[in-house]
Design a protein around this ligand. Structure first.
Ligand SMILES: C[S@@+](CC[C@H](N)C(=O)[O-])C[C@H]1O[C@@H](n2cnc3c(N)ncnc32)[C@H](O)[C@@H]1O
Length: 261
């Protein structure tokens, strides 16, 4: 049966690659590299660099594939609803994965998907592969290899623990932070996937933010402080960096003032 490895490659620094991830890469006959469009070329480049540096298996091939662009969710445009938009998008990607697996991997061969950060965190590859499996057109055995997430990279760069002693940590998105505000029962809130500086919608300007962009890369930017003091600076810095590079990835941790160490 075909074997599929879903490998977490870390969040931007090739040194994030674990020994397990490197041996997974070298086990695969085919390495699948997503292309998410010209603006995010640097992300595909990082995957190529990782292959150049760590793949010693002379028989392995790289197959690049285009990832379809998702329709805008409802708050950004006239798409029907966020969930159905995502569903259509996943269905389109499932068809691509199905073809890649069926056409590019031999019946007893091994293929690897290189996943940014870790496959368990805001990544749909595992859900989409489950769709492919349920369609029943290609059979495969799956192995998941964990990677360093953007959250770990953020904590390491800010030299901080994610949780206060005995306290809980909430992981959420910019969209939900805007809708729900800071949860009362979370000592620390970590926000990913925020294209709109949702922290600036919070009423509590005494909350503290630890923000990081391009974590783990030579372009890393870090800003920390009281939201009321640094919120505007983060927004300005983020916009300048996004304009200069054409894309940005940022993550942050928020704490209410009473919950500071
Ligand atoms: C689709 S999620 C994927 C997360 C990934 N699976 C992980 O484990 O980190 C993409 C979001 O992760 C965060 N992210 C990923 N890499 C990052 C980096 N190097 N610096 C800052 N944020 C990053 C950003 O919030 C970005 O919007």
């Amino acid at each position: 049966m075909r074997k599929l490895l879903v490998i977490g490659i870390g969040a931007g620094n090739p040194d994030h690659m674990t020994v397990q991830a490197i041996s997974g890469l070298n086990q695969a006959d085919v390495l699948f590299i997503p292309d998410k469009g010209a603006k995010k070329n640097e992300l595909a480049d990082l995957r190529r660099q990782i292959c150049d540096r760590f793949v010693a298996n002379p028989k392995s091939r790289r197959v690049e594939f285009e990832v379809p662009v998702r329709d805008l969710p409802i708050e950004d445009g006239p798409a029907p609803s966020y969930r159905s938009t995502v569903d259509d998008w996943h269905e389109a990607i499932a068809s691509i994965y199905e073809d890649l697996i069926g056409d590019e991997i031999a019946g007893d061969g091994c293929g690897a998907f290189l996943i940014w950060g870790d496959p368990s965190l805001y990544d749909s590859a595992l859900r989409i592969l489950e769709r492919v499996r349920l369609r029943g057109n290609v059979a495969f055995e799956l192995e998941v290899i964990p990677g360093i997430t953007a959250i770990q990279a953020l904590a390491a760069s800010h030299k901080m623990a994610l949780n206060r002693i005995g306290d809980s940590v909430l992981i959420t998105t910019g969209r939900r932070l805007t809708q729900e505000g800071l949860a009362d029962n979370a000592g620390s809130t970590i926000v990913l996937l925020d294209g709109k500086c949702a922290f600036n919608t919070l009423e509590d300007k005494d909350a503290v933010i630890h923000w990081g962009a391009y974590l783990g890369t030579p372009d890393e930017i870090l800003i920390s402080g009281r939201l009321g003091d640094v919120g505007a600076e983060i927004e300005r810095t983020r916009e300048e960096a996004r304009r200069k590079k054409g894309w940005i990835m940022d993550t942050y941790l928020l704490r209410k003032p009473s919950e500071q160490d």
